[in-house]
Design a binder for this molecule. Sequence first.
Ligand SMILES: [Zn+2]
Ligand SMILES: [Zn+2]
Length: 397
Amino acid sequence: MAADTTHSADTMKCLVYDKSSMPWDSSRGFQVSRQPVPRLDESVRRADADCALIKVLYAGFCGSDRGIWNRVAFKGMIFDSLKREQSTVRIIGHELVGEIVAIGSNVASRYSLGVKDVVSTESHIICGTCYQCRIGQTHICSQDVIIGIGRDGCFAEYIKLPANSLWPTDTRRIRTKVAAVQEPFGNAVHACTTADLRGRTVAVFGCGTIGLFVVMVARALGATRVVGIEPNPRNAELARKLGADEVITITPTANGAQPWSADKDVVQAVREACGGIGADVSMEMAGFNSSVNNAIQSTRRGGDVILFGLKQGNFHIQAFDRMIVNGLKLHSVIGRRIFETWYITRNLLEDRSNGIQDHIFEDILGGGEESVVHIDDFTPESFEKTLAAWPKPLIRF
Ligand SMILES: [Zn+2]
Ligand SMILES: [Zn+2]
């Protein structure tokens, strides 16, 4: 229909995966689409009383969005949820900063939020009633739904969200573009607050965007030595700039017997870099099986291994008995503790003395010019170039 390309107050521009026109196995990327603007209508949906409509300002493009773009991740969650909704179109995106433009009747009194407030959002929408939710472990709610995957997301001019997921943000203290990446930055904060880093040596396996955040957060939380392990020279350089004491370059062709084996040279280099005994805390941010084994073997006896990198399927753990005998503590980290992690995230970003906010703006977002793409300028071809050039592209709406 012609209306698809003309502006209408009832529809909005967004980036979607459309299963009817984009076969999962033979397509890539997202398409620009016009979809209905979400509405608050309490006469139809009582739950809208506790929701807000947000005008998206900037949305962050995440590693998991790259996974959907390349059709290597989240197929099951997207297809199952589309089936439930009897729809074929999923609006992607889960990292945002935006402005509230409408609120349900409970929002002001229950959540102290109002029109014109600037907010980010927790991307995992929780049920509030399951066992985990009731014992305060909402980040592992058994019914959680991630926006942009299991329901429509924020690569859109507007998004409707439950007010209890929103996170008010003071853009006088946190730059608007930096505020768009509070959610992934919060992943790093959650990972770094899972073990005590004060006065400790920390090895960061994989210095992609969240690994780079981890380098800065570990430093700010009191780690005395931060060692990065990274194959990409540009990321390795960034890790040094952001505060890593040392970055060990690793070649993707593993120096091990099997694709999943630890790289003996890397393990030895990390152990040497961490006082000759190994890291107090290893952060596995890459998600490769070999990297998991590197992390386990590089950790000192009794140390902590934080597992954040995510891959489907079976992994081999080498020398399982040594892991037990060495008394390692393994922790899986997902999402952010709601909202404990968000408060620490806010404190770290608002405290300008640690340099984190400026590093994010200058070094990760590159000053927020070329890494930002306006939705009107979006084409899949040009965006592939942005994806190749920037660790954390932002989309402006
Ligand atoms: Zn993400
Ligand atoms: Zn729950």
